[in-house]
Design a protein around this ligand. Sequence first.
Ligand SMILES: Nc1ncnc2c1ncn2[C@@H]1O[C@H](COP(=O)(O)OP(=O)(O)O)[C@@H](O)[C@H]1O
Ligand SMILES: [Mg+2]
Length: 272
Amino acid sequence: MDSNPIPVRERRHTGSGHEIALPKGDVTEGVVRIGDTVRRPHQQQSWAVAGFLDHLESVGFDGSPRFLGLDAEGRDVLTFLAGDVAGDDVEEWARTDALLASLGRFVRRLHEASVGFVPVEPFPPQSVEQDPVELVAHLDITPQNTVVRDGEVVGVVDFDLAGPSTRLIDSLNTAMHWVPLRAPEDLRHDADQFARLRIFADAYGWSAEERAGLAEFAADRADLSYRRMKLRAETLGGGWARMWGEGVGDVIRRRADWLRANATQLSRQLTT
Ligand SMILES: Nc1ncnc2c1ncn2[C@@H]1O[C@H](COP(=O)(O)OP(=O)(O)O)[C@@H](O)[C@H]1O
Ligand SMILES: [Mg+2]
């Protein structure tokens, strides 16, 4: 049951006020804050996302924005989640092991809250190859999409890539962004990646089986992500094409190589 009785397509928000620019993400142009709301351009996936946010609200999950409706300019209106969000070059406060553990617990909670959601509006299909379907997942829990208060992860925003997938894919994707899992030459800051992966694994609660096969699975996912990013850059252009031009594909390739080269050590770190 949705807790908001007005269907998402009929919902309107009339509040207006002074627009404050928000930190630029990678892709969406024109995300602004007005009072305690965020305005984002209405997109193809907006209705499906709104349904998912309604579901999370209806089960009492408090770590995601609420969909308030369209404003007079036709933009999506969402509640603003107060807190700190890391910048593009992730600050030291967002690189602590304690925050990583908090993130693992948060993502577990988000997945538990997501179970049982049956989309009414379809999510756009994933490119290249569909993920197996277990639940609707966020799939883009980057530091720049995560809200932190008093050293704890309290929310995620930017559900643009949400869609049917699995717990393992979404949690692994989260770890990839946050540990981070990338070739050491691509790290912007020193990180004990093996130890940090273990911290995330324990906090989220990966099973013994998931841990044993994780490095290989992560490398295969990196290969898929290479193909998806390439296709998005070619077909969607914009921020996707810019990221591709900046060499994101090479970073993904080096990640896959690094994961394969370190698979044994990663499994040992996760299982003993
Ligand atoms: N609901 C929200 N509550 C708080 N901050 C938000 C919210 N939505 C967006 N932001 C802030 O605005 C930034 C850009 O918005 P986002 O929705 O992530 O756009 P993009 O698709 O460009 O990444 C985020 O990184 C975050 O700092
Ligand atoms: Mg974002």
